[in-house]
Design a protein around this ligand. Structure first.
Ligand code: NAD
Ligand code: MG
Length: 300
């Protein structure tokens, strides 16, 4: 397992976590945390909360693994109750997150289901609101990424599924949630450095991530007058199941993060404080922004 690092101890960030080369590790989408070598750090051992989200109610999609798991752990340790969505196949990973949320003394509401389905997306929000007694924080984080070298290799089915998962679901869930969010609420959408610096093998995926930035910017202007903030997070390479399960070719997984100035991929635990910041009142004047965590790669 990746050694957990005290989140506040000063140290060289290059040496803080594992750097490439990594072993070959193909797995089927959507992938699991347990199959990753080295095991990612989601802050299980290290994240320390200070009550920054006390009493808040959050819905996080893709919360079973990766960036969403790190946000879920951090939110719970900051005092929030969390409803989590994931695919039914990911129940094993989700159970670990539920246990971590409950160990932090907070409520966890597990709502598995496929976000490509509009009816499910709307029901997801209704169930989260009902079970949590309302909603204050929405994190649209679930994502699909399938690497293809040539445009001819992207099927309409892939293109459609990527847009449904990354863009349509965000629209359906946010539209439904907007009926319940009040002043002080925060929406956080997971975009990517791909929105600004698209890789040739991620044509469809990068397009969805650019759409997420525009959606965030337009919605922030619309919801600002209602006291609701909307921001995007743009990660660089992060060590999550998305990448070895078809998100990148295996050679790229083995060298993942090597070309960043810090020389390694980020670990989900290193993004959690950014999600907490954007969810909390500490970021009260930040809306419509895109916040990067790219290991030194130029975002824009
Ligand atoms: P991850 O595989 O751990 O999380 C993605 C999650 O999306 C899955 O766990 C799954 O629960 C969910 N998902 C996918 N399709 C779904 C569907 N049809 N219905 C319901 N849930 C579905 O990987 P991650 O890297 O933590 O991904 C989280 C977000 O971060 C994604 O939006 C991804 O695009 C974005 N991102 C990741 C990186 C990276 O390098 N890992 C970089 C930039 C942005
Ligand atoms: Mg997962």
């Amino acid at each position: 397992m990746t050694p957990s690092v005290n989140q506040f101890g000063m140290q060289d960030p290059r040496a803080q976590y594992p750097a490439p080369p990594f072993p070959r590790q193909p797995q089927e989408a959507p992938g699991t945390v347990g199959a990753m070598q080295p095991r990612p750090d989601h802050g299980e051992e290290s994240y320390m909360g200070f009550g920054r989200l006390r009493g808040r109610r959050a819905l996080i999609t893709g919360a079973d693994s990766g960036i969403g798991r790190a946000a879920a752990i951090a939110f719970a340790r900051e005092g929030a109750d969390v409803a989590l969505n994931y695919l039914p196949d990911e129940e094993g990973d989700a159970r670990e997150v539920v246990a971590l949320i409950e160990a932090a003394g907070q409520r966890a509401v597990a709502i598995p289901g496929d976000l490509k389905d509009e009816a499910f997306c709307r029901d997801l929000v209704k169930r989260a609101v009902q079970e949590l007694g309302g909603l204050d924080i929405l994190v649209n984080n679930a994502g699909k990424q399938v690497s293809q070298e040539r445009i001819e290799d992207i099927t309409t089915e892939q293109f459609d599924q990527t847009f449904r998962t990354n863009v349509y679901a965000m629209f359906w869930i946010t539209q439904e949630a907007a009926r319940h969010l009040g002043p002080g609420a925060s929406i956080i959408n997971t975009s990517s450095i791909q929105a600004y610096r698209p890789s040739p093998n991620l044509l469809d995926y990068a397009s969805t991530k650019a759409a997420i930035v525009a959606f965030t910017q337009a919605l922030a202007q619309q919801l600002g007058p209602r006291g609701i903030r909307v921001n995007a997070v743009a990660p660089g390479p992060f060590w999550t199941p998305l990448q070895p399960s078809g998100g990148q070719p295996q050679e790229k997984v083995q060298q993942f993060g090597a070309s960043t100035p810090l020389g390694r991929p980020g670990q989900p635990a290193e993004l959690a404080p950014l999600y907490v910041f954007l969810a909390s009142q500490e970021s009260s004047y930040s809306s419509g922004g895109t916040f990067g965590a790219t290991g030194g790669q130029v975002l824009f």
